[in-house]
Design a protein around this ligand. Structure first.
Ligand SMILES: [Zn+2]
Length: 503
């Protein structure tokens, strides 16, 4: 029997606003679309959390035996600086400021995005399509919407007719907004004169003089509106109906609302059956934002090079920290919380490493009840994960396994009472959840190689401390720099202590 039948998944569907039993459209297969980054600047930590949340969905559904096709796009055109279809394209603006080709900007930040994803062990999607690679699909999508009467052209630009659409389909069902209210609440904005209604959004924009990123279309040279690419690409790779659509909460309106409208306006199919939205990051209780001065980059978090951080934390500590709360809750960054996560992560990994050092189970009088109790903790962890991907609860269950392993290590007579096959099954699932589902890797302290490396690193760290003590900075810098060339980062911590991480 497939694991997904044994542990049926329930999902909090942000479209129905209810927790629902997850039933994919075709047995054993899942199609999932997640809005990817707009590649005009470095990835920020909020993005990391969003993509990590969907990494868990991808990993867990795969672990349960589903064949998952995961599509996550790269937005490389059409995302404008202004929210109301005005202003410069974000990528074109960056290209102008940095005197680069727009595609150089795209490549640079796409590479950077991939590096960060890899650092946090976030798996690549099955397909990673780009907006510029799907202009043809987007144009035919628009043509169909026009044909159905839900879009209109004005001087080379095409707009989605929200009011017309709302006569046939409710607009605002995802974000819980009402068209009449929205109309009475919107101000007249400059540059919006072409629109029949303020709520209308661009499907295609005419390229004005000097615009770098443009393509020929039935309406003249121009470029697609930002919302359109996700409709066109999810339809292309997952079909008019598919299972899951995900993204950060900030995308609910207008982006995801527009996507649903475009899909229905084109084919009368709404796209995803289940919508999942990840919550945001806060720092010491306040929203993380550049303007607040509390938004740090993944790099600053790893190096500790930020005024709000007492020191740096490893990528796996940060990953573990993020998984300690449910994806739909806000997550607050603080030094205390990160330090607690670091301890927890190390404790969990230490018990994984202890498994191979345990005596043989089941050599005494096997106690069926105790054996079942031990197995019960991993079963609970799987039920937790099936309950809307609740990593926070699952981790609590894993700590129960971890503390039992410590007990069995301290007292082999306890281990002797545990049925051997139940024991092996339980620790097998325990390790699978940690490595495959939660995606946590051992960082330098795992296994024999890890112990050897730890030993070698301690010798080098001692040498570097001595070099510093005797003010031989040339040597201490050389040790640090040479280690860096082989992928080992030495970090100086408070009180002269040093730690290391592996790239
Ligand atoms: Zn999108």
């Amino acid at each position: 029997m497939s694991l997904y039948k044994q542990y049926p998944v329930s999902v909090h569907n942000t479209l129905s606003k209810q927790k629902e039993l997850f039933k994919p459209l075709s047995e054993g297969k899942v199609g999932m679309y997640v809005c990817g980054p707009t590649v005009y600047s470095d990835v920020h930590l909020g993005n990391v959390r969003t993509f990590l949340s969907f990494d868990i969905v991808f990993r867990y559904l795969t672990f349960l035996g589903y064949k998952v096709r995961y599509v996550r796009n790269i937005t490389d055109v059409g995302h404008l600086v202004g929210d109301a279809d005005e202003g410069e394209d974000k990528i074109a603006k960056k290209a102008r400021l940095d005197q680069l080709e727009p595609m150089e900007v795209v490549q640079k930040y796409t590479n950077g995005f991939h590096d960060v994803m890899q650092l946090f062990n976030i798996l690549p999607p099955s397909i990673e399509p780009t907006a510029t690679g799907h202009i043809v699909e987007q144009i035919s999508f628009i043509q169909q919407i026009i044909e159905n009467g839900y879009a209109y052209e004005v001087d080379g630009s095409v707009y989605f007719d929200v009011k017309k659409y709302n006569e046939d389909h409710p607009y605002g069902e995802l974000s819980g907004r009402n068209v009449e209210e929205m109309i009475s609440n919107t101000r007249e904005l400059a540059g919006q004169e072409q629109k029949k209604n303020q709520l209308d959004f661009a499907l295609w924009k005419k390229a004005k003089g000097g615009h770098l990123m443009k393509w020929p279309s039935p309406w003249g040279e121009g470029f697609p509106g930002w919302h359109l690419e996700c409709s066109a690409m999810s339809t292309k790779y997952l079909g008019q109906d598919f299972d899951i659509h995900g993204g950060g909460m900030d995308l609910k309106f207008p982006h995801h609302e527009a996507e649903i409208a475009q899909n229905k306006g084109c084919s009368n199919h709404g796209g995803a059956k289940y919508w999942i939205h990840g919550n945001m990051l806060t720092v010491n209780g306040r929203k993380m934002a550049k303007s607040e001065g509390n938004g740090f980059t993944p790099e600053e978090l790893l190096t500790g090079n930020h005024k709000l951080l007492e020191r740096g934390y490893s990528a796996m500590t940060v990953r573990f920290f993020m998984l300690m709360s449910h994806y739909a809750s806000t997550l607050d960054f603080s030094n205390e919380a990160l330090q607690a996560a670091e301890k927890g992560y190390k404790r969990l990994m230490a018990s994984v490493n202890l498994i191979d050092k345990l005596a043989t189970p089941g050599t005494g009088n096997v106690d069926a009840k105790k054996s079942e109790e031990f197995k019960g903790f991993v079963e609970k962890a799987l039920l937790d994960l099936s309950d809307d991907f609740n990593t926070a609860k699952a981790i609590a269950s894993l700590f129960e396994v971890s503390s039992k392993i410590n007990t069995y290590y301290q007292s082999p007579s306890e281990l002797a009472q545990i049925d051997k096959s139940i024991f092996e099954y339980t620790v097998g699932v325990f390790k699978d959840i940690i490595h495959q589902v939660l995606g946590l890797k051992n960082e330098g302290d795992g296994g024999q190689d890890g112990e050897l490396l730890d030993g070698v690193m301690n010798v080098l760290i001692e040498l570097r401390k001595q070099a510093k003590f005797s003010k031989n900075y040339a040597l201490s810098d050389k040790i640090r720099d040479d280690l860096k060339t082989v992928g080992v980062q030495i970090k100086d911590e408070k009180g002269g202590e040093m730690s290391y991480t592996i790239d």
